[in-house]
Design a protein around this ligand. Sequence first.
Ligand code: ZN
Length: 289
Amino acid sequence: MPLSPTARPVGGHAPAAGGLAAAALPYLDATGAEAVQVFVGNPRGWALPAADPDQEAQFAAGCAERRVIVYIHAALLVNPGSPTPATVERSAATLAHALSRGTAIGAVGVVFHAGSAVDETHPRAALRRVRRALLPLLDRAAADRLPKLLVEPGAGGGRSLVARVEQLGPYLAAVDHHPWLGVCFDTCHAWAAGHDLAAPGGMAATLDALVATCGAGRLALVHANDSRDGCGSTRDRHETIGKGAIGEAAFAELMTHPATAGVPVVVETPTERHLGHAADIATLKRLRG
Ligand SMILES: [Zn+2]
């Protein structure tokens, strides 16, 4: 049965090694995922691997058949705010590659990390670089109806351009609040950046702040991850939902807050042979009621 438009489809980050269809379709069946996120290359490298059209077509058909919503996570090195021109150039090329792979597999969004100013004392120059790198991509993606780009705030530290949700304001302004740029909210990153999601009402207050900063409808995807570290640690070590420092009550707030209505929620938690994700996905489905 299709989910209602206000339901929150729940899923996870699927493996892709050995072929997208071969690796990710069994994952969908083992976990009951309604949404899926994949890498389309080495997440820790710059290489832009050639497509495997058979695997891509099989994966796209398999997801369509199961009514699963697809996202791509771009390589983790992407930093459109870098002071090194070669890094900005590679970041733009990596996002362009992910957008074209995304089109082939029927993805609706490409997630990338907001980036860092690296060695700058002032973020304004970095935001100008973000503008120059992202605007042409956003314009082309919108004109050609490619997947949307989704910016994900980081865990803080290292001159992150966006960690706290309020920092999304200048980032969105840098690209003129382009309609093709959505936001991916990661609970572990927000907690690491100092949002006290574990306090009663803390998750709801953080989502309220996100909407106040970005406007309604800008939130496009949630990464639901519990954390192994304390609030404000700037450390990004994910934990099983309800087993970490954030705790299950915060995820109950997440799954019932009006800002997440209709927004897919995917886990990037530790998992052994899909079992961890199957349990996390079941937990989040229970919490959405
Ligand atoms: Zn994430």
